[in-house]
Design a binder for this molecule. Structure first.
Ligand code: PMP
Length: 352
């Protein structure tokens, strides 16, 4: 803390450095990365891009990637915005589109960065409680608001809303922007991208960090009609920033185009998730149904803080969130089957 800091900076909490330790042999199930990594075609494209052209600035709008994403969804490249991870895309979105006189609505519990962005950009917000089964109840969003942001599937609960519910929300709020954060949609959710042509108030945000195994490359994108995308471009331009460097653009295009790799590894993760859920239930956990690459689980008798600490002693990292509504839960990323088995063996030992 310093007397030179603005009140906004004073209110911010630094990211927990312990979430990204570098230790050999660690079973890292705490930040929802993909255990299989990226497509080999993405790695080859990045290697090929390591050449003399690195002395030149990158193409400033990520055009090739925007074209590739647009082509898969029958959209125009002008309806796609790319950035350094969906966190950056979301930051621009909060700044460009979500500050209004009436509050922004989002769930309680949800992605912890939303209130942080509201603090940074002076956005008034109202959190809408999940129902007793920890699901987003769409009727609760039938209230005056400036805009809405929902992760679908939600994080860290993992539950997904059907597309019909998203469509109802869009129809109920024709004059408000509705952002659907689809970081985890490829593991069993239904994407709202097909609704973009029909609803000028819809912005869909996705990432390459989860289903495409490229958290380290930092690629995210938003899809929406021109006026929304233009707003994001204006904010980006005012930072004078290039959205993606040359290596990232090359790797992301190749990753996007390798649909087979993508589908195969999403399917593997979904199959492992279902096995892990069944095994955790046998160990006495209550596990929420998940459409994501993680599960949210509570043990009736043993506290989550203790379980996370015991796992950490055994070099297995899982995520635990403070806060009244989340403190009994562990959020566990789906690893390879070998990693899930190590986790289950360790839990058996701890719970014995
Ligand atoms: N949205 C949600 C709901 C997330 O959980 C995450 C990752 N933690 C992100 C967005 C950001 O992901 P990235 O910046 O890696 O694209």
């Amino acid at each position: 803390m310093s007397r030179f800091w603005s009140p906004v900076v004073q209110s911010l909490t630094p990211y927990v450095a312990g979430e990204q330790p570098v230790i050999d042999g660690l079973v890292k199930l705490n930040t929802n990365e993909n255990p299989y990594g990226p497509s080999p075609r993405a790695l080859a494209a990045i290697s090929e891009a390591v050449n003399d052209t690195l002395r030149l600035y990158p193409e400033p709008t990520g055009l090739k990637l925007r074209e590739a994403i647009a082509a898969s969804h029958d959209l125009d490249p002008g309806e796609v915005f790319v950035g350094n991870g969906s966190d950056e895309v979301l930051a621009h979105t909060f700044q460009a589109l979500l500050k209004h006189e009436l509050p922004l609505l989002f769930p309680d519990i949800t992605y912890s960065f939303y209130p942080t962005y509201c603090g940074l950009y002076g956005i008034d917000f109202r959190e809408v409680l999940l129902d007793e089964k920890m699901q987003v109840r769409i009727e609760d969003y039938r209230q005056p608001c400036g805009a809405i942001i929902l992760p679908n599937p939600n994080a860290p609960t993992g539950s997904a809303l059907p597309l019909a519910a998203i469509e109802a929300l869009l129809q109920e709020h024709p004059d408000q922007v509705v952002v659907i954060d689809e970081a985890y949609v490829d593991f069993g959710g239904e994407s709202a991208i097909p609704l973009v042509q029909k609803y000028p108030n819809l912005l869909v945000v996705q990432t390459f960090s989860k289903s495409r195994g490229l958290a380290g490359l930092r690629v995210g994108f938003a899809v929406g009609q021109r006026p929304l995308i233009d707003a994001l471009e204006r904010v980006k331009d005012s930072f004078n920033s290039y959205p993606l460097d040359r290596l990232t653009q090359a790797g992301a295009v190749a990753a996007w185009e390798d649909q087979d790799w993508f589908r195969k590894h999403c399917d593997l993760i979904v199959a492992s998730r279902e096995r892990l859920i069944a095994a955790l239930r046998e160990l006495g956990f209550e596990v929420l149904p998940s459409s994501a690459n993680f599960v949210f689980a509570e043990h009736g008798e043993r506290g989550a803080v203790e379980l996370a600490a015991e796992l950490r002693k055994r070099a297995i990292l899982v995520r635990h969130f403070r806060g009244e509504r989340t403190e009994n839960f562990l959020r566990i990323t789906i690893g390879t089957d070998a990693e899930c088995n190590k986790l289950l063996d360790a839990l058996k030992q701890i719970l014995a």
